[in-house]
Design a protein around this ligand. Structure first.
Ligand code: ADP
Length: 260
């Protein structure tokens, strides 16, 4: 153990800023980060008017029914490892939801948490670099569906989305879930900065419903590759073997994967 490094890693402080309504917690968190907000600042909204998914997609975030929040992080790792934060976050969400409900959650690479094949949580990370190319800050936006009924989702989303309430019949306190998540995330985040990605990668693999399955890789709805997902590398890229036996490596900025 490097004592100096250990001394530098402080437990993640939790400075929670709650807003009844925001356009997007990621956008507000970015504004806070640009003004110098400390690591551990959490921007939570009762409701998002234009919550974001990847690739400009919409994340439905109605009032009072879910947890919509973004964390400001300033990790000390090299930028090339920054994408690991999304995977670390997915592990923390899967762990606490499992602990709270005793149900089995799965992670669909890279950023969705599924229960019974339906999406219960989405994660959207955005990284900003400084002039030296180091990480200035990372915003990790998280949406967890807590108390929605099928009617709340509407016909289209009800087919692909679920909530803790739908899965268990229990109404959960949103703040309780948030506190449990932030505690677990803080532990994993310190572990990651001190000891690297190995343990988190291992835990991620245990939750993954993508590995070992046939996946179709799409770029803007166009199929560009297909094969079996074999592994995830240290940068968080998915390694997919096609019918010709070649391995393709895909990182998660630009593509969609159909699996699980
Ligand atoms: P993916 O990574 O699955 O391609 P994103 O992470 O970008 O998708 O999330 C956006 C998608 O998630 C939307 O296109 C919609 O299908 C779905 N979605 C939107 N809001 C919710 C929600 N509250 N719960 C579950 N799924 C949602």
């Amino acid at each position: 153990m490097d004592r100096k490094k250990f001394a530098q890693i402080k437990p993640l402080s939790q400075n929670l800023q709650y807003f009844a309504e925001l356009d997007s917690t990621n956008v507000t968190a970015k504004e806070f980060a640009e003004k110098g907000a400390a690591e551990g600042t959490v921007i939570q909204a009762g409701k998002q008017l234009s919550g974001k998914g990847r690739l400009g997609r919409v994340w439905e975030s109605q009032a009072g029914k879910g947890l919509w929040f973004s964390m400001i992080l300033r990790p000390t790792v090299a930028a090339e490892y920054g994408a690991q934060i999304t995977l670390l976050t997915a592990v923390a969400v899967a762990r606490i939801l499992q602990l709270l409900t005793n149900k089995n959650f799965a992670i669909k690479w890279p950023n969705d948490i599924l229960l019974d094949g339906k999406k219960i949580c989405g994660i959207l990370s955005e990284m900003a670099l400084d002039v030296e190319g180091d990480i200035d800050y990372t915003i990790v936006g998280i949406g967890i569906n807590i108390n929605m009924s099928s009617e709340d989702f509407g016909a289209q989303l009800a087919a692909t989305a679920t909530s803790l309430y739908l899965a268990t019949g229990i109404e959960y306190e949103r703040e309780q879930v948030l506190r449990a998540f932030l505690d677990e995330f803080g532990r994993l985040y310190s572990h990651w900065q001190l000891h690297g990605f190995d343990d988190i990668r291992r835990s991620w693999l245990q939750y993954s419903c993508t590995l070992g399955h046939k996946v179709v890789v799409k770029d803007n709805d166009e199929e560009i590759y297909s094969g079996v997902a074999e592994d995830m590398d240290d940068y968080g890229s998915l390694l997919v073997r096609n019918a010709a036996g070649e391995i393709g490596s895909f990182d998660f900025g630009e593509i969609s994967i159909r699996s699980c």
